[in-house]
Ligand binder design. Structure first.
Ligand code: ZN
Length: 535
């Protein structure tokens, strides 16, 4: 008993010493506040009537995620008197700092349990083994303690109050919906919530191609269940399609066969016809709730997760343009101001940043999926090196596409130099995420490749400048190198390339430290809801 008390005291002590109130204030301030809105004037009256229903449903989604991640929200919030503590708890949906390894920051709370609130904290793995109900490993149920041990409760029962109301709101929205795809999806999603069978609604979501509104809602990602990774967290996004970019993307997708033929590699590396197995579109987000609103905010969605649906229908990639703009203004632009030479800062533009991001996605469909050596798919041949190389390919071929489309007169709003300088600044933003991510690694490899080819100059004042012609050449030679490694299924070259350069060396480290010390926000937090929308 004494040991337990001592342990508790240590926990309280560490929690208190780790986060002083001053600490918490600065953690809150490391999230830049951003108001969420979009142009809604072009939507139909019915579409405008649907949005408040989605917002109401999202507020209930928030309540469910609180329960999943922590438990009784009021029991925590009612104890707090400090405004910053309250705010930071709300940002994190609990007393654990999402962007700092989920360290506890409120006195009295210890480490976050890996089971979150999906399983009882006292349940051991042996207890779990003993549960006979096969639904225990399902994505849409929790485990609770009962008189004879542990039992499985489906989400529809565990969160019955909230779910019943959300389903009613979705049915109402479905009645209002004019787009047949949206109408069907919303109705099936309401059924899914009530029955815990989500697959029919995932299929309907894949078929929803023409709706101006989208409402991603339900239990979706499994990252919060760190015990087994079975259970999914509730979240929702309310999205408005970007009609301009939708039209542009349709056009670029139709140019893909021609662009594939023009790739700067031998014919044998470009003989496949380019795939567009996934549906790519741009949206503005006007509301985030639950899991996706906790801690860092995503700028793109790739769903559904159900593999059966993916095999039959592919997936949809939704790029969230206004969220990217918010991160560009508040994070990327300040980084560029530190790192790009004074003469070239004018080339750092959101339009170019968004193009680079969109063409990264388009470029995943170019090149080659099967090796030309009979070694099977590129993915299988390159094993654990595949992701970093494929991300690198998408970045560099994306830039190649932009260059080509400007030359073809298909892009005309800016100039290629905007894309190059913005891309260089983006490398520093991505390297900040570290070598643990495929994106981070790909960016480090690219930085050293560009350096080696003289694509940029590191100036005496510590800033960087792009050398246009050498950059253009480096984009082509790097595309050739990656497409050849992929086509040959050359695992050894892929491995040595990534091992040689996929980490942060001394010079780059200094730049990243400079960025980190400049007080640039780490992420954004939203002010959202009806008050922020103009109809
Ligand atoms: Zn990618």
């Amino acid at each position: 008993m004494r040991k337990q008390i001592l342990f508790l005291l240590i926990l309280i002590f560490t929690a208190q010493t780790m986060y002083s109130q001053q600490n918490i204030k600065s953690r809150v301030e490391s999230y830049k506040k951003v108001k969420l809105s979009a142009d809604l004037s072009w939507l139909s009256d019915k579409e405008k009537q649907i949005i408040p229903l989605f917002i109401e449903a999202s507020k209930l989604v928030d309540e469910i995620f609180w329960k999943q991640n922590f438990g009784d929200k009021e029991s925590l919030l009612s104890k707090l008197t400090d405004e910053y503590e309250k705010e930071f708890v709300k940002i994190n949906y609990g007393p654990w700092d999402q962007l700092n390894d989920e360290k506890p920051f409120i006195a009295g709370y210890g480490e976050k349990p890996p089971c979150a609130n999906f399983y009882p904290k006292e349940m051991t793995k042996a207890d779990f083994e003993k549960i006979a109900d096969p639904n225990k490993t399902g994505a849409y149920s929790i485990v609770v303690k009962d008189k004879d041990g542990f039992k499985v409760v489906p989400y529809s029962a565990a969160y019955k109050n909230e779910i019943t109301k959300i389903a009613e709101l979705l049915k109402k929205a479905s009645e209002l919906a004019e787009d047949a795809g949206l109408k069907k999806y919303l109705s099936l999603r309401a059924d899914a919530l009530l029955t815990d069978n989500y697959q029919p609604s995932d299929f309907a979501w894949m078929d929803m191609k023409s709706s101006n509104l989208d409402f991603v809602v339900g239990p979706i990602e499994n990252y919060t269940d760190k015990l087994f990774g079975y259970k999914t967290s509730f979240e929702s996004y309310i999205l408005i399609k970007d009609p301009d970019w939708s039209r542009k993307l349709e056009k670029f997708t139709s140019l893909l066969p021609e662009l594939q033929k023009g790739l700067p590699v031998e014919d044998k590396y470009k003989k496949e016809s380019p795939g567009s197995e996934s549906d790519l579109n741009a949206y503005d987000a006007i509301y985030y709730a639950g899991d996706c609103n906790a801690g860092s905010k995503t700028i793109a969605i790739n769903l559904p997760n159900d593999e059966e649906v993916q095999i039959k229908k592919g997936s949809r990639r939704l790029q969230l343009k206004n969220i990217m703009k918010a991160k560009f203004d508040n994070i990327m632009q300040p980084i560029a101001n530190l790192i790009i030479s004074p003469e070239q800062k004018k080339y750092v533009k959101f339009g170019a940043f968004f193009e680079n991001t969109m063409f990264h996605e388009v470029a995943h469909g170019l090149g080659i999926k099967n090796t030309i050596t009979g070694a099977g798919t590129v993915r299988d041949a390159l094993k654990e090196q595949y992701s970093a190389l494929e991300e690198g390919k998408a970045d560099i071929l994306g830039l190649y596409l932009v260059t080509r489309l400007y030359e073809m007169g298909e892009l005309k709003e800016g100039e290629v130099m905007d894309n190059y300088v913005t891309f260089l600044a983006g490398i520093f933003r991505s390297c900040r995420f570290g070598a643990a991510s495929a994106h981070g690694k790909a960016n480090m490899v690219r930085f050293y490749y560009f350096q080696d080819k003289g694509a940029f100059t590191h100036n005496d004042d510590g800033t960087y400048s792009v050398n246009f012609d050498k950059m253009k050449d480096a984009v082509i030679s790097s595309s050739q190198q990656i497409l050849k490694i992929q086509g040959d299924g050359d695992y050894n070259t892929a491995k040595s390339l990534i091992e040689k350069d996929g980490f942060i060396k001394e010079e780059l480290k200094k730049d990243l430290e400079r960025i980190n010390n400049a007080g640039i926000p780490v992420d954004i937090v939203f002010e959202q809801g009806m008050d922020y929308l103009k109809f």
